[in-house]
Design a protein around this ligand. Structure first.
Ligand code: AMP
Ligand code: MN
Ligand code: MN
Ligand code: MN
Length: 277
């Protein structure tokens, strides 16, 4: 079964509406999908309706931003009670931090580099869609204004650590985040563990802590990843007794390497988190 539990809509930094996103999933023969926007569940109801009409099995999802040892990590919550007040309060707190950080990035880029970034970030934060504005929105605007050749260049030139628009944020920690997700009955999936700038030892420490706190699963197969990374993550899932998840991390039809439903199969001995939802 094609199970894509990592997808973004235009309620965060994806470009498609939940309805158009699910239509693309159906065209790509995805059979089970979760919309996992950054720090918002605003698109979940529309995604559920679209999936029902298309015959796709649907699970509520969200990709929550958190801080761990000074690193920004992403934790996916699945199959939760959508309007649970504890979870919604937590997401609202994180979005507040997002707004504050983005506005500060705009001020710094304007002050240090003379880029007219303040109006961009102020507009992004004033709009109701995206409900969850991200640095990717700003990166796209910097490209459109000619300050970078593509979004990766916008990150490396302006937004990455050490660049003029880098602003660290005090995201909620792992325990606080998992407590909020657990309150709403969520299953947790640690997103893309291979992407974090952590030593092998630090990654093992993270997974040990994560499992102690009741973590269920990690992503093992993601769109665009190397076979080598997949092997590493599969080994970690076995070693820590965690379930495995699959997802494309799809944002934009113009980046075909992570189109919905496109990722390698899980090794046969790993159990998919979808089976336990
Ligand atoms: P934020 O969550 O506000 O920090 O924005 C980061 C988002 O930008 C991620 O969710 C990715 O979708 C996207 N992104 C695209 N390219 C990069 C990059 N080179 N570095 C970091 N994030 C990137
Ligand atoms: Mn994103
Ligand atoms: Mn992520
Ligand atoms: Mn994502």
């Amino acid at each position: 079964m094609r199970v894509d539990l990592h997808l973004h809509s235009n309620h965060s930094d994806g470009v498609l509406t939940p309805t158009d996103l699910m239509a693309l999933c159906a065209a790509r023969r995805v059979e089970w999908a979760a919309l996992t926007d950054h720090d918002t569940t605003r698109g979940c109801a529309e995604a559920a309706v679209a999936c029902a009409a298309l015959g796709i099995r649907y699970t509520a999802g969200v990709e929550v931003t958190l801080g761990w040892r000074g690193q920004e990590l992403h934790l996916i919550g699945l199959a939760f009670e959508r309007e649970h007040p504890v979870l919604q309060q937590h997401l609202s707190n994180v979005r507040h931090l997002r707004h504050e950080r983005l506005l500060e990035i705009g001020r710094r880029l304007q002050r240090k580099s003379g880029i007219a970034a303040e109006t961009i970030t102020e507009q992004l934060c004033a709009n109701s869609r995206p409900e969850s504005p991200t640095r990717l929105h700003l990166a796209r605007a910097l490209v459109a204004a000619g300050h970078a050749t593509d979004v990766n260049h916008a990150f490396s030139r302006w937004l990455a650590r050490g660049q003029p628009g880098y602003v660290p944020a005090e995201w909620p920690n792992l325990e606080t985040t998992m407590t909020a997700l657990a309150a709403a009955g969520a299953r947790c999936v640690l997103a893309h563990p291979h992407r974090y700038k952590l030593s092998a030892g630090a990654l093992r420490a993270l997974l040990g802590e994560y499992r102690e706190l009741g973590g269920h699963a990690i992503e093992v197969s993601i769109g665009g990843m190397s076979p080598n990374d997949l092997d590493r993550l599969a080994t970690l899932a076995r070693r820590f007794g965690l379930l495995a998840s699959t997802g494309s991390d799809f944002h934009d039809p113009n980046t075909p390497w992570n189109t919905p439903g496109r990722f390698a199969k899980l090794p046969a001995d790993l159990e998919h988190v979808a089976v336990r939802l």
